[in-house]
Ligand binder design. Structure first.
Ligand SMILES: Nc1ncnc2c1ncn2[C@@H]1O[C@H](COP(=O)(O)OP(=O)(O)O)[C@@H](O)[C@H]1O
Ligand SMILES: [Mg+2]
Length: 252
């Protein structure tokens, strides 16, 4: 066997052991950027916690790790001792590579191999303990990073985020097909930045991938404003909470 291939298999086994106390690992994904993956990850994680579940949130977007910004977390993880301990805020445990680099505002300009190594090390060395859910905020694209995540983790499946736009739907179908090709389940589709009713493009994504639309989140200027200031939409806006509660109930 090729040594690096054996290495990946062994690492996968170590990660599985480390994450064995987590009941469900769920990825939030779309190949397209800016559709609301991070928004859905953060608000879904907090909604699940408000519903009484124990929840972790892993920011797996190494290039643009935005979870700490949306959650208003400035603290760093203590890297002097392993395993790393996630930071607790709003009743959930959070880990992001932005919490371990020297300056989170500087760009990370790495080749795929290094990103894959960083992700593997991060999965292996973070102590989540017992959780009902670990929500993973994925980076966009259908190459290196999402591929590494899909290969390294045993997951319950993926939630695909799409907007009412056709271009977003096309890219969501791509994302879903990639997940399926790698043997991962597509748990459903969330339409974000929605109008009054769920649009035809989100329904098209769900039908094409043989899954359902889990719910929608309305386009609200307030959501972007809250997130810019590190505040959580579902903790500030009851209508947004209701929408996420509907989505969370279908997963739980
Ligand atoms: N439902 C919404 N209404 C208004 N703004 C939103 C909504 N969802 C996300 N946004 C904003 O859109 C931008 C992109 O969202 P983000 O969650 O970062 O997307 P992604 O993680 O897919 O790149 C952010 O500024 C975010 O605050
Ligand atoms: Mg994001």
């Amino acid at each position: 066997m090729h040594p690096s291939f054996a290495g990946v298999i062994m690492q996968k086994k170590r990660i599985k052991d480390k994450l064995s106390e987590i009941k469900s690992i769920i990825g939030v994904y779309s190949a397209k950027g800016g559709v609301g993956k991070t928004t859905v990850s953060v608000n879904l994680a907090i909604t699940l916690a408000k519903m009484g579940h124990s929840v972790g949130l892993l920011d797996a977007d190494i290039d643009c790790p935005n979870v700490p910004i949306f959650m208003g977390i400035d603290e760093r993880m203590d890297i002097s001792s392993f395993p790393l301990k996630p930071i607790e805020k709003h009743g959930i445990k959070v880990a992001s590579t932005a919490m371990i680099v020297d300056d989170a505002k500087k760009p990370i300009i790495w080749r795929g191999a290094l990103i894959a190594k960083m992700l593997g090390d991060f999965f292996e060395n973070t102590a989540w303990g017992k959780l009902d859910y670990l929500i993973i905020d994925l980076p966009p694209g259908t190459s290196d990073s999402p591929l590494s995540i899909m290969q390294l983790l045993d997951m319950k499946g993926f939630i695909l985020v799409t907007t009412p736009a056709k271009i977003s739907a096309i890219n969501s179908v791509r994302s879903g097909l990639m997940a399926k090709r790698l043997g991962k389940a597509v748990l459903g589709v969330v339409e974000n930045m929605s109008g009054e009713a769920i649009g035809p493009n989100a329904k098209y994504v769900a039908e094409t991938l043989d899954t359902t639309v889990l719910g929608s989140v309305r386009m609200r200027k307030e959501i972007a404003e809250l997130e810019d200031s590190g505040k959580i939409p579902v903790l500030e806006n009851q209508d947004a909470y209701k929408e996420f509660e509907g989505i969370a109930k279908q997963i739980a």
